[in-house]
Design a protein around this ligand. Structure first.
Ligand code: FEO
Length: 385
C-alpha cells in the first residue's frame, strides 16, 4: 500500500504478516513493514526497495505512484536485503535509472548481485547533495546503524529525515500500534550493539530542523518527535527506561523458580517495579529488551553439567554481546552436586562496563532453605536501593 507524505513525496509500505522469524532470529507476532519512498519532482527518486517477500506488491504500488513518470534515481541507504533485495529488479525494469550510494554500498551491490552498474553510479559521501528540483537530499553517514554502509538523508524543503533502520519498529503499518513495544526490541536486538554509532548519528541529526522521520520499518513519525528522539538518545547511551528490576530465571524442577519468585515477592512488598521471565520459555529477544529496559537485573540460574544452564548461558552471552552496562545485578544459583552457574555468570558480567555484582551472591543447594530465604531478602534490599 502507499500513502502521501506530501503532494510530491510518497511512502510505499509493504506489510509482512507471515514471516516467522525476522532475520531468521526474531519472532514478529505482529509482523513487520518494509518501507520505500518516492519523491516526484523535476527528477524522480525512489528511496530504497523492499524485501523479496513483497516484490510484486511493491512493484505494483510503485507503478501507481509513478504514473507516467520513470525514476531517474534509486537512492540506496542500506544494503540489507529487507530493503535492498529489489535493486537489480528495479535497475533492469528502468535501464535509464541511476543508482545513488556510497562506495561501500556499491561494493555490496557487487557482492549481492554480481553486477557493478559502473556506468549508472552516482557516488555520494558525507554532505553530498542530490538535486531533484524543489527537493534536495543531503547524505549523512549512518555507519553501523546498523551496517557499515548505512547512510541517512535529509530532504531540506520538507524537512524530512530518511533515517534507514533508525527509528524503525517491528509491528504492523497501523500507526496506533505501540511504538515503544515495536521499536525498543528492534533497537536493542538489531542496532543496540552499536550504541556509540547510534549516538553519533543522533548528534548529527540534532543540528537538523526535522518535521518528519521516515524510517525503513514502521510508520512515519511526525508528531511529538522529541519523545522519539529522547527515547533513542537514552537507548543509544544504554540508559534504562524503567526504574525497577528484571528477574531472569531458569528452573529444571521448580526449585530455582521458587527462589526467583521469592525475590519477586520481596520486591513487590517493597513497592519495587519488576518483571520476571523464564529464560527457557521466553524468546531471548524479549529477555534482552527487558534487561536493557530495566535499571537493575537479578538472575537465578541452575548449574547444568558444571556450566550455566544452556538457555541462561545464551541469554547472558547475548546481553554481553550487546555490551550490557551501567547496571546492578543480583545473582542466585542452584546446584545439587557442585553449583557453578553463579560464579560463571559473574565472570562474564564482570568483563562488561560498569556492572556491579551485588552481595550477597546466593548459592542454593537443591532447594531453598530458611537461610537462603533470608539471603534473598537481603538481596532484595540491595536491589530496592
Ligand atoms: Fe531493516 Fe538493517 O535492515
Amino acid at each position: 500500500m502507499f500513502s502521501k507524505i506530501s503532494e510530491t513525496v510518497f511512502m510505499i509500505t509493504e506489510e509482512d504478516n507471515d514471516l516467522d522469524l525476522f532475520e531468521s532470529r526474531y519472532p514478529i507476532p505482529d509482523g513487520v513493514t518494509y518501507n520505500s519512498y518516492v519523491i516526484i519532482d523535476d527528477k524522480v527518486a525512489v528511496l530504497d526497495t523492499v524485501d523479496a517477500r513483497r516484490t510484486d506488491a511493491w512493484l505494483s504500488d510503485l507503478e501507481k505512484v509513478l504514473g507516467e513518470r520513470v525514476p531517474d534515481y534509486l537512492v540506496i541507504h542500506h544494503m540489507e536485503p529487507d530493503h535492498a533485495a529489489n535493486i537489480a529488479t528495479l535497475a533492469s525494469k528502468y535501464p535509464s535509472m541511476k543508482l545513488v550510494g556510497n562506495e561501500r554500498i556499491f561494493k555490496m551491490i557487487g557482492q549481492f548481485f554480481d553486477q557493478d552498474y559502473a556506468d549508472r553510479r552516482v557516488i555520494v559521501e558525507e554532505g553530498s547533495k542530490l538535486e531533484l528540483g524543489k527537493h534536495t537530499l543531503t547524505f549523512v553517514s549512518g555507519m553501523m546503524v546498523h551496517w557499515p554502509e548505512v547512510m541517512v538523508s535529509y530532504e531540506s524543503s520538507e524537512k524530512l529525515l530518511f533515517s534507514a533502520d533508525a527509528f524503525g519498529r517491528f509491528g504492523p503499518a497501523d500507526p496506533s500500534y505501540d511504538w515503544v513495544a515495536g521499536a525498543r526490541r528492534y533497537y536493542y536486538n538489531i542496532v543496540g550493539k552499536f550504541g556509540k554509532h547510534a549516538a553519533k548519528l543522533l548528534n548529527k541529526a540534532a543540528s537538523l530542523d526535522i518535521a518528519k522521520i521516515c524510517p525503513l520499518h514502521g510508520p512515519v513519525l511526525e508528531e511529538d518527535l522529541g519523545k522519539y528522539v529522547e527515547l533513542y538518545v537514552r537507548w543509544a547511551n544504554y540508559q534504562p527506561d524503567i526504574d525497577g528490576v528484571f528477574i531472569a530465571y531458569n528452573s529444571v524442577y521448580g526449585n530455582t523458580e521458587k527462589a526467583a519468585f521469592a525475590l519477586a515477592e520481596d520486591l513487590k512488598n517493597k513497592g519495587v517495579k519488576y518483571t520476571i521471565s523464564d529464560v527457557s520459555r521466553v524468546h531471548v529477544s524479549y529477555l534482552l529488551e527487558d534487561a536493557f529496559a530495566y535499571s537493575r537485573m537479578a538472575v537465578a540460574a541452575t548449574t547444568y553439567e558444571n556450566e550455566i544452564f544452556p538457555e541462561m548461558k545464551f541469554f547472558i552471552d547475548e546481553i554481553a554481546s550487546k555490551t550490557y552496562r551501567n547496571r546492578k545485578v543480583g545473582i542466585i544459583d542452584n546446584g545439587t552436586w557442585g553449583p557453578a552457574a553463579g560464579k560463571k555468570i559473574a565472570e562474564i558480567l564482570s568483563t562488561l562496563e560498569n556492572i556491579e555484582i551485588l552481595e550477597p551472591m546466593i548459592s542454593i543447594k537443591s532447594s531453598m532453605k530458611e537461610d537462603d530465604r533470608r539471603l534473598i531478602s537481603e538481596l532484595a534490599d540491595k536491589l530496592a536501593q
